[in-house]
Design a protein around this ligand. Sequence first.
Ligand code: SAH
Length: 351
Amino acid sequence: MIKPASDQRDIRDLSFEELEAHLSSIGEKAFRATQIFEWIYQKNAWSFDAMANLPKELRERLKAEFLLQPNTIAEKMISSEGTTKFLFDLHDHEKIESVLIPTATRTTACISTQAGCKFGCKFCASGIGGWSRNLTCAEIVTQVLHVKEESLKHERPLSNIVFMGTGEPLDNFDNLFKAIRIINAPNGIGIGARHITISTVGLVPRIKELAKQNLQIELAISLHGFDNESRNLLMPVNRKYPFDELVDACREHFKQTKRQITFEYILIKDVTCTDKAVESLKKAFKGIVCKMNLIPYNPVSEFGHKTPSREEMFRFRDQLEDAGIHATIRTPRGRDVAAACGQLRHAHKEK
Ligand code: SAH
């Protein structure tokens, strides 16, 4: 990917309103912003030259001022069930991954929000290579554009976005929300807010801010521990935002938004998939309307964990259901190309 000249911005870093304001400042009509947005986000144009209904002078001017190019695809891997993982090489050679997940009912893009991750969960590959930087709004929406283009090869067009790639979305709040507004806008990518999910390690103050965004997006919480102690061992972030505070913030979020929260809970043999865990979750989740998404542990070579047997996982689910906690087991997808939950990496530097 071409490194920007110092005075060149990526046009995908501009919100619709910013683009309109910029165009009017150079004496252009406001409707040009709609045309440009449609070219970039609906017709997947990767260059200003493609924007046939813009006057040539405007195209030349935009070319001089802004960048608009595809990411460099360092690698594209397709799993046996059609899950496609992209490894992108950004202009500063940071590597990020995005995944297209086609299923019988929807086509989902799993998008990264940071290069690497600072949170160091003791089961996830994304934190192993450390954290480098936040992704820009342009870098976030460009991932979606690539996955959207790829989705055209499948039966269904792109329908859902999950911010479950590398990094912590709520730790890159401003760029994330700028990108979400472009993804959600009818003249942008046009994906409904209810089809967009943010997954978080549980940054309590940011969860409180979410309700103020007035967007009906889905929230998923990476819970993974069943009490304070077990969560401390698996997720260092729990020392800052402990289990009970997190669950309280979720109760509050539900009260304010009336939107049901999904809790993600990893099933690790003898660690999180135990009778003790069921008892503890029953107590903690009394009266909370939620979904519990049980994720079978996907192997990451650096950690010694084991995936429970099918019987153990189904028994765990049934015990939660009996206790009134709605629980489903997530089907692992893309394991054969290391594209499943927790297998996306930052450590590709030597490639
Ligand atoms: N930082 C955010 C976004 C990443 S989402 C968050 O943690 O929520 C990635 C999801 O995959 C999280 O729920 C994460 O906990 C889960 N995950 C991580 N490692 C995993 C592994 N080895 N097996 C299964 N799921 C894993």
